[in-house]
Design a protein around this ligand. Structure first.
Ligand code: ADP
Ligand code: MG
Length: 240
C-alpha cells in the first residue's frame, strides 16, 4: 500500500466564543473544513451563523478560541489580508460595490493572478452578467447581484469560499443556478463553508453539515446522515 495522504486542513475552529459588547453569541464552537470539502451550516434565525462567518473574517469585536486557516492563526492576519490566505467571503448583505459597474466589481478584487482570463471565465460561468458589464451593480436585480458577489468570490481561485446565505431572496430557479455552481466547486478543488436557509438542498451538494442552535453546534455529521434523520430535518431543515 502507498502512503496515506490526509486532506489538508483548511479552516479549524476550536472553542470559538464570539459576541458583541457584553453579549456572547457563539458559546464554544468546534468546526473544520478540509481542502475540497463542501460543508453546510444550518440553524434557526439568530443562531449565530453570520456571527461565525464574521468571526472567521475578523469582523466580530469580541472573539476568543482557536481560529486557524491552513495551520495559521487567523488573529495574526488582518481581515483584509485573509483573502490572500485563500479565503473568499461573501457576506449576507452588502456583498458588491453598488456604485461600480459589474466589470469594475470584478476588476477590484484583490489577490487575483491573470485577471483578464479570470474575468472572461466569470462571464462564461455567469452569462447573465456579461451583457450587464457596463451597468452599475446597484442597478442589478437581486439574483444578478448575488451572481456578481459569487463571481467576485471565485476570482482569486480561493482554497475556500465562505458563503453567507448565497440563495437568500432568490427565486427557486435562480437558487438552482447557484447550487449548480456550488456543485462544480470540487472540479476546481475549491472548498466551501455554506450558511444556508435552504439547508436540505445545500446538504445534497455537501460532504458534511453542522447545525447551530443558541450559539453551539448541536449536531454535526455527514450530509447524507443528516438528511436521513427525520426528527432533525423537521426541526432544523424544514419539512419535506
Ligand atoms: N452587530 C451586532 N450587534 C449586536 N448584536 C448582534 C449583531 N449582529 C448580530 N447580533 C445578534 O447576534 C445574534 C446572532 O445573529 P446572527 O449571527 O446574525 O444569526 P444568524 O445568522 O444565525 O441568523 C442575534 O441575536 C443578533 O441579534
Ligand atoms: Mg445570518
Amino acid at each position: 500500500m502507498g502512503p496515506v495522504s490526509l486532506p489538508e486542513r483548511l479552516l479549524e475552529l476550536r472553542g470559538l466564543r464570539a459576541g458583541y459588547g457584553e453579549v456572547e453569541i457563539l458559546r464554544g464552537v468546534d468546526l473544520h473544513v478540509d481542502a475540497g470539502e463542501i460543508v453546510t451550516i444550518a440553524g434557526t434565525n439568530g443562531a449565530g451563523k453570520s456571527t461565525l462567518a464574521k468571526a472567521v473574517m475578523g469582523l466580530v469585536p469580541r472573539c476568543v478560541g482557536v481560529r486557524a486557516f491552513r495551520g495559521r492563526a487567523l488573529d495574526q492576519v488582518a481581515p483584509e489580508d485573509r483573502i490572500c490566505l485563500g479565503i473568499s467571503y461573501v457576506p449576507q448583505v452588502a456583498n458588491v460595490f453598488t456604485r461600480l459597474t459589474v466589470q469594475e466589481n470584478l476588476e477590484v478584487v484583490e489577490a487575483v493572478a491573470d485577471r483578464r482570463a479570470r474575468i472572461a471565465e466569470m462571464y462564461a460561468l455567469f452569462p447573465g452578467l456579461a451583457g450587464r458589464r457596463r451597468l452599475a451593480a446597484g442597478m442589478l436585480s437581486g439574483g444578478e447581484r448575488q451572481q456578481l458577489a459569487f463571481a467576485r468570490a471565485l476570482m482569486p481561485r480561493p482554497a475556500m469560499l465562505l458563503l453567507d446565505e448565497p440563495t437568500a431572496a432568490l427565486s427557486p430557479a435562480l437558487a438552482a443556478q447557484v447550487f449548480s455552481i456550488i456543485g462544480r466547486l470540487p472540479e476546481w478543488n475549491i472548498a466551501a463553508l455554506i450558511i444556508e436557509q435552504r439547508a436540505r438542498e445545500s446538504l445534497r451538494y455537501s460532504d458534511r453539515g453542522y447545525i447551530l442552535d443558541g450559539g453551539k453546534v448541536v449536531i454535526a455529521g455527514r450530509a447524507d446522515e443528516l438528511l436521513a434523520n427525520d426528527d432533525l430535518t423537521d426541526l432544523y431543515l424544514g419539512r419535506h
